[in-house]
Design a protein around this ligand. Structure first.
Ligand code: NDP
Ligand code: HSE
Length: 433
């Protein structure tokens, strides 16, 4: 059978990885795919640099539209990043009747509904295994492997850069900026690293996972997003002493009244597997009603781990290229006309446990007053520690599960108390049971 022809948009970290792995494992891959997968054209900004990187009979151009419109190309692989030019390129590829493989979570989290609708109408596939958790086949697992289940929730470490930063800060006491620079050097970080640090990249990925898990449209604009830039070293140390680790988690949970969709730093019990995911590794814990909890672990970023996922999509598309579009796996796991309108809940309606840290004057009645406020707000205290601080005492409460709105109200009241000397530091605590 003649080879399937691929047009590669981008030959950076991931594009370069795809090129290398296809060259190295081409024969093995074609034994799986049933035909050879051949990169016929590459679009980049710097043609000379790309020319020096590749060999063989491949067109290299600075015009990505020339690749997208080339009638010889069957599959367009978008590895440029960003969501303005790439939206245009992907929609044009679809209009030209080409299948699309992308690693671009920013694009799909914002424009996914439009792109999947256009692809369904045109009868082509848009696949995105590499867009979430790098080399881990989490999309395939949720979309196909867990298809029997009513998925209840999932929680994951889905940004390699921030996990690398938190791990290095905790284990080596290195400063934030030093570790971020190293993550950039290693090719983990986004072109704009604030996407990583402020939780936006993780929220892009979580948005896609929530759609796949619960069969809801892609709704990035409703995600609650907090990054790690405001996290204090003091809380990393306290968490450790209390038997927890702080991780940037993406959590999405189906409740009767809606879906929680949130990214934020969270305390995780140190004995949980997720708490021990270190460096740029990613892990996603998925709970389904039939299977129970399942955990997926692997490299969440970097050239070849991500290429592994891109090429898995290329093989899938190659195998299904000639299949009737109605017999293919739906883009978002559920049939497009069977999506649910269950709303995304505001963060004030989230139910979880909390870590609260504050500084107080060390005098009789302090604890009773604070405990009274928490109790009146319906917040039950799980444990509490107090230790001497410079001009008083530091108190840390770990609460049982509570409604975030009640916790916010209680914090506002606590901060009004005359003997409270600081703002209340509030972190969420996920027991992941
Ligand atoms: P890079 O910045 O390393 O590579 C981007 C590539 O796109 C470069 O080859 C660049 O060309 C090319 N490019 C940029 N603008 C244009 C343009 N206007 N026309 C043609 N080519 C262009 O990015 P990554 O490889 O790191 O990321 C690519 C995508 O993969 C992003 O969506 C990212 O979020 C995603 N991703 C990245 C992961 C990672 O670990 N890095 C992991 C998972 C997903 P030139 O080389 O000439 O500058
Ligand atoms: N910047 C991303 C991360 C790349 O650090 O996880 C992988 O999606």
């Amino acid at each position: 059978m003649k080879p399937i022809k691929v047009g590669l948009l981008g030959l950076g970290v991931v594009g370069g990885g795809v090129w290398d792995v296809l060259r190295r494992n081409g024969e093995e891959i074609s034994r799986r795919a049933g035909r050879r997968i051949e990169v016929a054209a590459i679009a980049v900004r710097d043609v000379a640099k790309a020319r020096a990187r590749v060999d063989g009979d491949v067109t290299v151009t600075a015009d990505p539209y020339a690749v997208v419109r080339d009638p010889a190309i069957d599959i367009v692989v978008e590895l440029i990043g960003g969501s303005t030019l790439t939206r245009e390129l992907v929609l044009e590829a679809i209009a030209q009747g080409k299948h699309v493989v992308t690693a671009n979570k920013a694009l799909l989290a914002v424009h996914g509904n439009e792109i999947f609708a256009a692809a369904s109408k045109r009868g082509v596939m848009v696949t995105f295994e590499a867009a979430v958790a790098g080399g881990i086949p989490i999309i395939k697992a949720i979309r196909e492997g867990l298809t029997a289940n009513r998925i209840g929730w999932l929680a994951g470490i889905i940004n390699g850069t921030t996990n690398f930063i938190l791990s290095e800060m905790r284990s080596k006491g290195l400063p934030f900026a030093t570790v971020l620079a190293e993550a950039q050097r290693l090719g983990y970080a986004e072109a704009d690293p604030t996407f990583d640090v402020e939780g936006v990249d993780a929220a892009h990925k979580l948005t896609l996972l929530a759609s796949l898990a619960f069969g809801v449209p892609v709704q990035f604009d409703k995600a609650h997003i907090e990054g790690i830039s405001k996290l204090e070293q003091e809380d990393i140390v306290h968490a450790e002493r209390l038997g927890y680790r702080i991780k940037l988690l993406g959590v999405t949970r189906r409740r009767a009244d809606g879906i929680e969709l949130r990214v934020h730093p969270a305390l995780v019990p140190a004995q949980r597997l997720l708490a021990n995911v270190e460096g740029a590794m990613n892990a996603v814990l998925v709970w389904g009603d039939a299977v129970g909890a399942t955990l997926y672990y692997g490299q969440g970023a970097g050239a070849e781990p991500t290429a592994s996922a891109v090429i898995a999509d290329l093989v899938d598309v190659t195998r299904l290229h000639t299949a009737d579009p109605h017999n293919r796996v739906p883009h978002l796991a559920f049939q497009p006309d069977a999506l649910s309108d269950l709303p995304i809940l505001p963060i004030s309606e989230v139910h979880t446990a909390y870590y609260l840290r504050l500084k107080v004057q060390d005098q009789p009645g302090v604890l009773a007053d604070i405990a009274g406020i928490l109790s009146r707000a319906g917040i039950s205290i799980g444990s509490m520690i107090q230790e001497p601080a410079e001009d008083g005492a530091t108190i840390i409460f770990l609460t049982h599960e509570a409604v975030e709105r009640n916790v916010d109200e209680a914090i506002a009241s606590i901060e009004q108390l005359p003997f409270v000397h600081s703002r209340v530091t509030r972190l969420r605590l996920e027991n992941l049971k």
